[in-house]
Design a protein around this ligand. Structure first.
Ligand code: TGC
Ligand code: FAD
Length: 398
């Protein structure tokens, strides 16, 4: 125990290399339990199969039932068979899943923040009863269609249209780069109407709706990415989300998902650093372990510095969110910072592994390739920089 005068721990080496500032002790018992439970699932069930799934370009669907049993789908929602956990718990879930693979975190982000959240926040009671329990149990899978081929950064320019026809709506247009699209039972689709942008629940198998998979990806290979096509798709008014109109509907969902990604990126970076500490400790070059050289220690220290700052940022963001004080601009700053941090660490880790770094047997190249998507989706780095620039100057420079 440190004396009041010293106020320092007696053994400075007792620090956790993945958590130098002991963020863990800032977590409640419930938050610690959630983190440890998801970490165990990732170590025991996900990591043994993820490298092969990535190489094969296959989403490991066999993990979905256990992800659901652990209460990781729609974990922040109260009722409807959901776990009702706080936002820090959701962040920790994302962190641990992305320590495994961004594809796993993507699956949970989309299902929770982009499908269950809009149904919960904007849906009718009938829509909530019908979909939320099934989505929570993993019995139904959802996707979120906002991005279109002509430019995802500017969703206000969407071309997909829904026209009223009696008690129905008729949907025409297309969406691109949609996570889970091909395997989804329900698509939350955003379309322009005469009364502004609105959200529609489009069920798998509806006439005129197709969701082919996008092949030949070098990133997020353990995740399904699809196009969505709507050719005179007829949808009953009961499948329209009645609670929101305008771009703030989909953008409000993005705020939820981006928040989770700020934590997820930390997990990917931690996985790389963990691998590097082990590797450089045993790799003998010029008669000494690589980790005994100053430049390697400086590179590891830089990774640790960046991860520590990201951890503190996300925890603060989570506490702001749980107290109802988080703003979308704060989320933009953390999404930009943390994903950039993780991508830089993954690229540097790949380099420090030398030739081994190009093998799927070591996680950095997989995380590096995945993070190239993560830095693009949910708002590119430039989009988030411009959100902050707009906040600082009051000028919209998009
Ligand atoms: P702008 O005028 O700024 O806003 C329109 C209305 O929306 C409100 N708003 C937000 N509300 C909640 N959260 C946010 N983050 C919000 N940002 C804006 C705003 O207050 C306004 O409301 P109102 O009531 O005044 O109408 O709109 P803009 O057209 O100028 O666009 C701003 C910009 C560029 C920031 C926005 O278009 C944007 O974020 N673009 C990036 C699009 C994007 O991130 N797409 C992601 C698609 S989904 C995805 O990538 C899933 S990946 C999933 C995975 O696998 O993990
Ligand atoms: P563009 O918008 O065409 O951007 C191209 C470049 O221009 C970028 O570098 C961008 O930063 C830059 N740029 C844009 N505007 C400006 C400006 N004003 N000034 C300077 N530079 C600018 N979307 C969904 O709706 N649902 C999903 O589930 C989903 N999943 C995805 C999964 C994957 C694997 C990927 C890769 C994408 C996914 N997306 C999804 C789409 C994603 O959100 C978009 O790719 C992203 O928003 C960028 O849009 P874009 O690809 O059309 O690029």
């Amino acid at each position: 125990m440190a004396t009041a005068a010293e106020n320092v721990t007696s053994d400075p080496r007792a620090l956790d290399p993945m958590d130098l500032y002991d963020v863990h002790s800032e977590l409640s018992e419930e938050e610690q339990l959630v983190k440890e439970t998801v970490a165990r699932f990732v170590d025991e069930k996900a990591l043994p199969i993820i490298p092969d799934a990535f190489e094969e370009g296959r989403f490991p669907a066999e993990l979905v039932s256990e992800i659901a049993e652990l209460g990781l789908l729609g974990s922040s929602i109260e009722g409807y068979d959901c776990a009702g956990l706080n936002s820090v718990c959701y962040g920790l879930i994302c962190q641990e899943l992305e320590r495994g693979d961004s594809g796993l975190r993507s699956f949970v982000s989309v299902q929770s923040s982009l499908v269950m959240y809009p149904i919960y926040a904007y849906g009718s009671e009938e829509q909530k009863q019908r979909w939320l329990p099934a989505l929570a149990k993993g019995e139904a899978i959802g996707c979120f269609g906002l991005t279109e081929p002509q430019g995802g950064s500017d969703p206000g320019n969407m071309q997909t249209r829904a026209k009223r026809d009696g008690d129905d709506w008729v949907l025409n247009g297309s969406k691109m780069w949609i996570t889970n699209g091909t395997i989804a039972d329900i698509a939350v689709v955003w379309a322009k109407t005469d009364e502004g942008v609105q959200g529609f629940l489009v069920e798998k198998g509806t006439k005129g709706f197709a969701a082919p998979e996008i092949e030949h990806k070098f990133s997020l290979r353990a995740s399904v990415t699809s196009s969505l096509f709507f050719d005179n798709v007829r949808i009953p008014d009961a499948n329209r989300l009645p609670g929101v109109r305008g771009l703030k509907g989909p953008l409000g969902c993005l705020t939820q998902a981006r928040y989770g990604i700020t934590w997820g990126a930390i997990g990917a970076a931690q996985a790389c650093l963990r691998e590097l500490i082990d590797y450089t400790g045993t790799r003998i070059l010029f008669n000494r372990p690589l980790s005994h050289t100053q430049t390697v220690q400086r590179r590891l220290a830089e990774m640790s510095r960046q991860i520590t700052m990201a951890q503190l940022l996300s925890l603060r963001l989570g506490r702001l969110k749980d107290s109802g004080r988080m703003s979308p601009t704060q989320v933009s700053l953390a999404k930009w910072n943390n994903v950039r941090m993780a991508l830089d660490i993954a690229r540097d880790s790949r380099d420090l592994l030398g030739g081994s770094g190009i093998s799927v047997e070591f996680c950095p190249i997989r995380h590096m390739l995945n993070l190239e998507s993560v830095i693009t989706y949910e708002g590119t780095e430039t989009v988030h920089e411009l959100v902050i620039g707009r906040e600082l100057t009051g000028v919209n420079a998009f």
